[in-house]
Ligand binder design. Structure first.
Ligand code: GLN
Length: 313
């Protein structure tokens, strides 16, 4: 299957923007102090087809931090480097059913792993990134995520400084994982690498290209560069389907039928395998930390573009 014609796709993106721009429920995250300064009215959408065509509506050039939407790409790089079987053994791939920063996600799992889409598993994934030093790991992540985006991504220093000054809970989880033999580098340094990866500055257009790369079996449809192997993408999408929207992942799959990943900055990236990548940006979040307008707009577009993976037609 393919996407509808370009006229139809652009008209539906514009319609999604118009329909949900007035939706004003949700709250902008403030536990990372700098995020609280974001305007709640920002709203951008972008869709990139596996043929490289880019469609956008609203604030598609607005920069924001990637936050948890970095997690699938770092997991992809780790699975590519170690093999997806070893990555699963070390990180776990089961849904936790708990919030993104849950400590109980570690405690309640019999092998003390979580999954790479929640903080505990993502910090463990950062600890597994190739590189002798924290700087090597950070450079590997920045270069790898830049290949997914098709341009050099840079650190938002203010966001990094703000989160690094307040991320004691993530540091604590890294030490807890270390106590269980589930942290594969120095806990504080791994948390710092993770905090930097979350502070990469992106636009909704970057996120759509990154998700289109997952939709295209690991080949960036704009640059045509292969970033990871197709079998790695398949596994990343499986984890996104079960855990991409934290404890609301079941509700999401029930309504939208596509693998996706949210972040506290207000983005959601969604992958339509073999078709394209969609990304939305709107800062107000629901109780699980998922963008309210982004969920509404993505559900609308999944339906109207015929993207639901469980639909027979
Ligand atoms: N950097 C954020 C944190 O660790 C990412 C969380 C998120 O986007 N849900 O808390």
């Amino acid at each position: 299957g393919h996407l509808p014609s370009s006229t139809v796709v652009q008209a539906l993106l514009d319609e999604a923007h118009d329909r949900y721009a007035g939706e004003d429920s949700g709250t902008v995250a403030d536990y990372i102090p700098v995020l609280a300064q974001t305007s709640p009215s920002l709203f951008g959408l972008c869709l990139v087809g596996v043929d490289g065509t880019v469609y956008s509506a609203g604030d598609a050039q607005q920069h924001f931090t990637i936050q948890s939407m970095s997690k699938p790409f770092v997991f992809a790089l780790v699975a590519q480097a170690l093999g997806h079987a070893a990555a699963r053994e070390k990180l776990g791939v089961n849904s936790t059913g708990l919030g993104f920063n849950s400590v109980m996600a570690i405690e309640l799992n019999e092998d003390r792993t979580a999954n790479p889409m929640v903080n505990a598993g993502a910090i463990a994934a950062a600890s597994l990134v190739p590189g002798e030093t924290a700087d090597d790991k950070w450079n590997f992540i920045r270069a790898g995520l830049s290949r997914f985006a098709g341009r050099r991504l840079d650190l938002d220093h203010d966001a990094y400084t703000s989160e690094a000054a307040t991320n004691r809970r993530n540091q604590g989880m890294a030490y807890l994982l270390a106590g269980y033999g589930r942290m594969y580098f120095d806990p504080l340094e791994a948390t710092d690498v993770y905090t930097k990866q979350c502070s990469l500055s992106v636009t909704v257009t970057d996120l759509a290209v990154m998700s289109a790369t997952l939709a295209d079996g690991g080949v960036n449809p704009v640059t045509r560069e292969r970033v990871v192997d197709a079998d790695v993408c398949t596994r990343v999408l499986a984890v996104l389907a079960t855990a991409g929207l934290y404890e609301h992942s079941g509700d999401w799959l029930y309504e939208v039928g596509l693998p996706a990943k949210s972040g506290v900055s207000g983005g959601i990236l969604t992958v339509a395998p073999g078709k394209g990548g969609l990304a939305t940006f709107s800062p107000p979040l629901d109780s699980a930390g998922n963008s309210v307008r982004g969920q509404r707009a993505t559900k609308f577009l999944s339906n109207r573009l015929g993207l639901n993976l469980f639909a027979s037609l």
